[in-house]
Design a protein around this ligand. Structure first.
Ligand code: F0G
Length: 455
């Protein structure tokens, strides 16, 4: 059979409230033309993020009832810990309420602040919270993506890779004492959700071994990355995704993880470590901000849902459906001539708004213009990843992208077909779309709260 079906039946449904174009025009105007400020009930298909938006399985909900809400020594924690130790091999699993909490703790421990020189942490591409947490402790976050990753329309299998030559030169130039750790983000969210190959990860391990620098993963989408390795990397076609994921984790000295993605739950994260000394420090910090080490900002029911979610996310029927549904959407867009980051990544489609709307200059925010039109035309909520998010006053960002991120197990193929239809309509009148101007903004992370007006 050619059709890959959703490998689940729907047991609980949440109604979507239908709206008309006129209603949406008013809703968007009242939200100052910033979809972050729209109430979720006014959205038909919400593709703002794949984070914390998964549908849980019947087994996860059963686990929720089993949750042991003890302050210390909860059974749910030990189940969570066992599943993650089997998966990652890390000696210490420290639960946190989400990914950024694990990042905050890791960088507090790893970055030395008493030396005279500023410390630097390279990554293939840092996610915004990772970068912000590094800068918060006075260090510098540096991106070293491979050259292929910089070309949106280029079809290559592992555009999320780190540039190994640049990494080695970087270590030589900066010097080992300035680099507390090297990080790799799988998949590379800030660069189109593109995967990283096992070969590249082994390359990073080789270099960090040679210079004796710890190697950490930002593993938010580790299962999607492992599945891409199975599909695309020679020698891995007959390995299970679970074995590939284990091999990835065994290369690293630790990880931060936002479990709101491939943990298939709505909240959670953890810090994985092999170093006993770092684990001791991490647990002390954990108690300050997250909680006792056997719950770390999560309730027993969350830990249960995650323990089950980390197993389900490695089921290959699930991953096949997951990756195929994003690819299906990407194929339809390419067929109608909409430029996207190719090939489609694991969790989202990124439309190249600069190429799609060439008549709108970057500082009139073509990405925001498209995001707003998707909402008005069809009630779809996407997010601008361009000059609104990363630009400054007169300096545009490198790229003007619009991300449509898919919550896990939430939407069906007819939802995707509806989004395709919406884009077909927009293509017909795209020349008439106009840019926006910012009328109000905060000094940092302005995209969340900025007010806009159409030009
Ligand atoms: N690392 C990556 C690669 C991420 O994509 C995210 C979150 C985080 C870390 C932070 O995790 O939200 O649990 O604190 N990404 C979300 C997104 C917000 O929409 O891409 P968190």
């Amino acid at each position: 059979m050619r059709t890959i079906i959703e490998p689940f039946k729907i047991k609980v449904v949440e109604p979507i409230r239908m709206t008309t174009r006129e209603e949406r025009e008013k809703i968007l105007k009242d939200a100052h033309y910033n979809p972050f400020l729209i109430h979720a009930k006014d959205v038909l298909i919400d593709l703002l993020t794949d984070s914390g938006t998964a549908a849980m399985s019947s087994k996860q909900w059963a686990g929720v009832m089993e949750g042991d809400e003890s302050y210390a020594g909860s059974q749910s924690f030990y189940r969570f810990e066992r599943v993650l130790k089997e998966l990652t091999g890390f000696h210490y699993i420290i639960p946190t309420h989400q990914g950024r909490a694990a990042e905050k703790i890791l960088f507090h421990i790893a970055v030395r602040t008493n030396g005279s020189e500023q410390q630097v942490i390279p990554n293939n591409t840092h996610f915004d919270t990772t970068r912000a947490n590094i800068e918060y402790v006075g260090a510098k976050a540096v991106d070293l993506p491979c050259e292929e990753g910089r070309k949106p329309s280029l079809r290559k299998p592992f555009k999320g890779n780190m540039d190994l030559e640049k990494l080695e030169n970087f270590i030589r130039e900066e010097g080992v004492p300035k680099i507390p750790l090297v990080m790799v983000t799988i998949t590379n969210n800030s660069n189109g959700g593109q995967p990283v190959s096992m070969e590249n990860l082994k390359g990073v391990r080789g270099i960090t071994n040679r210079y004796k620098i710890p190697f950490f993963l930002d593993a938010a989408r580790f299962a999607e990355n492992a599945y891409f390795i199975k599909l695309r990397e020679p020698g891995y076609e007959n390995k299970s995704v679970e074995a590939i994921a284990q091999e990835i984790f065994h290369l690293a000295d630790g990880c931060t993880m936002s479990a709101k993605k491939d943990g298939l739950a709505n909240m959670g994260g953890f810090l994985g470590l092999n170093s006993r000394a770092w684990a001791q420090k991490a647990r002390s910090l954990l108690i300050l901000t997250e909680g006792f080490p056997t719950y770390g900002g999560l309730s027993g029911r969350d830990l249960e849902a995650l323990a089950q979610g980390f197993k389900e996310v490695l089921e290959e029927d699930y991953l096949k459906y997951r990756i195929r549904s994003i690819e299906y959407f990407g194929e339809k867009l390419v067929a109608m001539g909409v430029p996207i980051v190719e090939p489609p990544g694991g969790h989202a489609i990124y439309i190249d708004a600069k190429a799609f709307l060439p008549h709108i200059p970057p500082l009139e925010y073509p990405g925001q213009a498209l995001v707003n039109e998707l909402y008005v035309a069809a009630g779809i909520r996407a997010v601008e990843i361009g000059s609104v998010m990363f630009g400054k006053a007169d300096t545009p960002a490198d790229m003007e992208l619009v991300r449509l991120a898919f919550p896990r197990r939430v939407y069906t193929q007819s939802h995707v077909d509806y989004i395709v239809e919406a884009m077909e309509e927009i293509v017909k009148y795209k020349k008439k779309l106009q840019g926006v101007q910012i009328t109000q903004q905060e000094p940092i992370m302005r995209h969340f709260t900025a007010h806009f007006e159409p030009l």
